[in-house]
Every structure is written in structure tokens, then in C-alpha cells.
Write a protein that binds this ligand. Structure first.
Ligand code: SAM
Length: 317
């Protein structure tokens, strides 16, 4: 049986990409394929986002067109009363909770949509719930409301704070995750793997020749000490967290690459960041979105490797 997922605040579909990465069910008698639970195969059944610009890219990679709507205006998550959705995956805007924002939490209008979903949980009772946000979400009023609602509605849940570096990915992006389910065995701890991958594996050599990615010398002179510049050939290089401001703000929005041989500093391309985030190769290549939008969307998205591991915790235990 399929687990039908609602991808809420879908953006470019980090959860859909994690579902895509899962091994396909083993055919009977086929021993060559990796096995996975036949009963809990997740599929993305619906996706919702206020941002119309994600629709074409989402459809081309994940096969469905997201509904364009404000989530706080919905009476229910499903498109109609007969549609059954077993899981809600929620990655609401993090600005109400970030340290760089004003931390207005529930007073920030950008948190209304999450508040609405929390209200809808007791009547909709999805079998599974997942949520991703910045670590500072924990301890916020909405965190308290969500966990209280889950307790009252009889869910068991577990919270995690995970950085992709724990899975060997050379990129920092520590995030808060919550998994909840209505029944079954207690949710286990997250078991990180340690096989570190070098940054080189994620770099596209052709991007060194893309002049649009080169950092102009005047900008470099002005911001060099504040920019996070890493040596592209270092086996221990780890990038900072890429945010939606990458490409717009030169500081605190992600890392830059330095090539000693060419004495060149450049931005990561959107496709390179997407690869670090766990998306398929050349994720943006067929897209007609401008580069600035690509940076914004990938900076807002999910660390797919982490979400993929969390789906295994939820469905394969
Ligand atoms: C943190 S991003 C989530 C990214 C997404 N999960 C991904 O994998 O790319 C938050 C998303 O919520 C959307 N959003 C913000 N406010 C919304 C609202 N009130 N209703 C629906 N979507 C909203 C934004 O357009 C953005 O795509």
C-alpha cells in the first residue's frame, strides 16, 4: 500500500526528491534489487505552495503540479473530501524563528500557515507527520503548540537536530526535524553514517569557466575577510549553510570556492548547491527560472540526504 504524502510548503520538493531516491519495491523473485518495505511505499499525492514560480520545475521533476494557495486559507489539506492523505510533510518558513530574523514567532504573519495546520491536525488525523525548521524553532510558541497537539491527539513523536555533515556530506545545514506517527514501534534515534565525501565530488569543473560565477575583484577586496572562502581542492573542505540570499548578499549566505591554480574565487552554481543538498545532477538545467530564483529556491529547500534517512526511520523500521 502507498503512503500518500501532502508536501506542504513544497518549494522545489525536497521531500519529493527524498521519495524519488528511495529504492523501488523488490519484484517477487528478483534478488538483484535492494529490498524495502512493500507496505509503506511513500508517494507525493499533493503539493501546496504560495509561490507560483515553482510549479513548472516541480511538475517536470516530481510529476504533479503544486496547488498555488496560502495554507492558512485552507479548510482542509486534501483537494476534496474523498482524498485520503496519510502523511503531512511540513517545512514552513523559518524567518519567524531564525536568529537573524526578529524572532516574532507566532506574531509573525509568516507563521499563520503553520498555526492553521496545527489546528487541523486533530480533525484530519494524518497517520504520519514530518516537520523541518531551523533549530531555534524548538522552544517557540508553535513548537509548544505542535507537540501539545500531537500529545493530545495520541501521536508518538521524536525530535532530531541533524546536520548533513553527520552523513558525510561536506555542507553545514543543521536543522530541527520532528517525526510523528499514530501507532507502531517507538521511533528510534538517528544513526549517522561516517563515510565522509570530499567536496570535489560535488564540484562541476565546467563551472570554473562560467564568468557569471566569478566574484569581481572590487567585491572581493571589499568583503574578502567576511566572506566564507574555501579551498576547492582541500579534502577536508566543508561549506557553510547556503541560504536563500546566496548570490545577493556576499556574507553569511554560503561559501565561495577558491582555486589556487587560477587564483580565482567564484560562487557555487545552483546545480552544485542542489547536488550538495542531495538533489539529482543538473537539477536546474532544464529550468527557465533565472539564476537568482534558483539560489533562492535551493537556499530555502531541504537537505535531501537527511530527509531520506528520516523517511527510512519512519517507514522501514
Ligand atoms: C522553507 S521553504 C520550504 C521549501 C521546500 N520544502 C523545498 O523542499 O524546497 C518555505 C516555502 O513555503 C512557501 N510559503 C510561505 N508562506 C506560505 C503560505 N502562507 N502558504 C503556502 N506556502 C507558503 C514559500 O513559498 C516557500 O516555498
Amino acid at each position: 500500500m502507498s503512503i500518500r504524502i501532502a508536501d506542504l510548503f513544497c518549494g522545489i520538493g525536497g521531500i519529493a526528491e527524498a521519495v524519488h531516491r528511495r529504492p523501488k519495491p523488490t519484484a517477487i523473485g528478483d534478488v538483484s534489487l535492494p529490498s524495502c518495505s512493500q507496505t509503506n511505499q511513500p508517494v507525493i499525492a499533493t503539493a501546496i505552495d504560495i509561490d507560483r514560480s515553482v510549479a513548472t520545475l516541480y511538475k517536470s521533476h516530481h510529476g504533479i503540479t503544486p496547488r498555488c494557495s496560502t495554507i492558512e486559507s485552507l479548510d482542509r489539506v486534501s483537494a476534496n473530501a474523498s482524498e485520503d492523505l496519510e502523511m503531512w510533510w511540513m517545512s514552513p518558513p523559518c524567518q519567524p524563528y531564525t536568529r537573524r530574523g526578529l524572532q516574532l514567532g507566532s506574531k509573525d504573519s509568516r507563521s499563520l500557515a503553520l498555526a492553521r495546520l496545527i489546528e487541523l491536525i486533530p480533525s484530519a488525523e494524518p497517520r504520519f507527520i514530518g516537520l523541518e525548521n531551523v533549530p531555534a524553532f524548538e522552544g517557540s510558541k508553535h513548537h509548544q503548540q505542535l507537540t501539545q497537539t500531537l500529545c493530545n491527539a495520541g501521536y508518538q513523536f521524536r525530535e532530531y537536530k541533524i546536520c548533513p555533515t553527520e552523513l558525510g556530506i561536506p555542507m553545514r545545514r543543521k536543522r530541527y526535524y520532528l517525526l510523528a506517527k499514530q501507532s507502531g514501534n517507538p521511533l528510534p534515534d538517528f544513526d549517522p553514517s561516517n563515510s565522509a565525501q570530499p567536496l570535489q565530488n560535488f564540484i562541476d569543473p565546467a563551472s570554473w569557466n562560467d564568468a557569471a560565477l566569478h566574484v569581481p575583484s572590487d567585491l572581493l577586496q571589499h568583503y574578502q575577510t567576511a566572506m566564507n572562502i574555501i579551498d576547492a581542492s582541500s579534502p577536508n573542505a566543508v561549506t557553510a549553510c547556503f541560504t536563500s540570499a546566496y548570490g545577493k548578499s556576499p556574507i553569511k549566505s554560503g561559501s565561495y570556492l577558491h582555486c589556487q591554480k587560477q587564483n580565482l574565487v567564484r560562487r557555487f552554481s545552483p546545480n552544485e548547491i542542489a547536488k550538495l543538498m542531495g538533489f539529482r545532477e543538473n537539477f536546474f538545467t532544464s529550468s527557465d527560472l533565472g539564476q537568482r530564483s534558483q539560489y533562492r529556491l535551493i537556499g530555502n529547500s531541504l537537505a535531501v540526504h537527511v530527509v531520506h534517512s528520516l523517511l527510512s526511520i519512519l517507514f522501514d523500521e
